[in-house]
Design a protein around this ligand. Sequence first.
Ligand code: NA7
Length: 539
Amino acid sequence: QNDKSSEKIDVIIVGAGFSGLYMLYRVRELGMTVRIIEAADGVGGTWYWNRYPGARCDIESLQYSYSFSDTLREEWHWSERYASQPEILNYLNYVADKFDLRKDIQFQTRVTTANFDETLSRWNIQTDNNEQISAKFCIMATGCLSVPKKIDLKGMDTFKGNIYYTSQWPHTSINFTGQRVAVIGTGSSGIQSIPIIAQQADHVYVFQQTPSFSIPAHNGPLDTKVEQSWKINYDEHRRKVLGSSFGVEVNDMISDKPATTATSEEQQEVYETQWQIGGLTFIFSFNDLLFNKEANITAADFVSSKIRAIVKDPMTAESLTSQDYPIGCKRVCIDTNYYDTYNRNNVTLINLRKENIEEITTIGIKTKNNIYQVDNIIFATGFDAMTGALLNINIQGRSGNKLKEKWIKGPCTYLGIMTADFPNLFMITGPGSPSVLTNMIVSIEQHVEWITECLDYLRKHHYDSIEATNEAEDAWVNQVNAIANATLFPTANSWYMGANIPGKPRVCMVYVGGFVAYHKICQDIVANGYEGFQLMKNN
Ligand code: NA7
């Protein structure tokens, strides 16, 4: 143990991404002592690690920004409609410097254990540097997509070339010129990186397990008129963002009627308009796409017809359009030249449903039918979403209860903010909140502000702890499931459902009722004196 052992502070925050940085800013305003513990050697979280070629946000840059500081908003200029990973990382570094946040961040340190001391109502935190920190409150800002899915293919350790993970990309620039590259996985990370890698590599082999639905991003330099509009009429734009179910300002062409009542011509017109505008709002073309199977098929068919029109080889087009889940029920991707990349001579799509990977050999990837000789294998295989980072820490609450055991059948939370038997432990965008189904920054700010208000309330009223009750938690879990069951989400094997990780319990880990409804529930709970929470004093 070093000299920092058994240090006492008010608040510990785990993680220095978008949520941790803003939480630190707010806790400091309360005048409490606070420290962030961060495993990386810099700020950024998701945007620190995911440095793969083409990494970019799928929410427009002006909306994927903090709202809390007028000067920050006025000073900062985004260069593109959708910001690239390096630009977002620059933004977060700028924020850290501007608000002098680094002095309260301890980098290159990982929290390994968090134990609740019931007598003192404090969390004892242990790190991989063997430090012990005692904090009254522990706030998990650990991210929803931060723990890579473990891949253990037969023979992986025998491969003589390079293995990369998009989610843990090296910090040096890698050039694939003259090389043969395999990319495994066709979610957002694969879809963003494949077109760029194909421009460099001698040959790219894409191994597709499930085809995604991808909509053109139509990315480009940020329109100065749009930027001006946001800078001048910020409150108006913000009102629209906060009034939308997904925390994004939807374009005026969005229809608030169901596809099922539209004629086929009307459907095509709306889809075509949204396709030309580009981006995730395609999925809101009609208001029943995520609820009604027939409606959903009309949107899925439209995207498939676009793919067939772009991709020249019919076999490849067929593989790219063999999605077997409703569009929108796995995260829709947005891309730049993804489908057109398959028209290049140096790109081959391998459909793993027809020839699955048998093993990795010293020279490449062996499937049922072929051996693909490659110099590099890139895994774009996704994350242990929502619960991975929380369960990687040994968290022990009241009466020795372990979070890992409590969540063995799936995460149970109240509002996705707290879990019963774990007093004073907050989660930012935890499972059971709208989080990944919304603009993350909107959801992060809402949670940070809710937690800040709560900490202030506890202090003013001399409470030592707050904890979700079992009854409130059970009711919330039931509500989250009931809402999900009224949609098409449970029908897809998505990471929203935990279905991308073998053995992970299959439950909907996201509140799909929308940001507006959720926000109101959170406000009402506070207005009703923290309904569903137990507030206690020590003695
Ligand atoms: P995703 O969206 O989870 O995509 C992972 C992809 O990797 C997906 O196509 C998977 O197929 C595929 N996959 C996963 N495991 C394997 C194995 N073992 N073999 C072959 N293929 C596999 O992760 P991303 O990083 O692309 O994107 C994550 C989020 O970041 C995204 O949703 C945006 O919000 C930003 P599957 O679909 O499981 O059949």
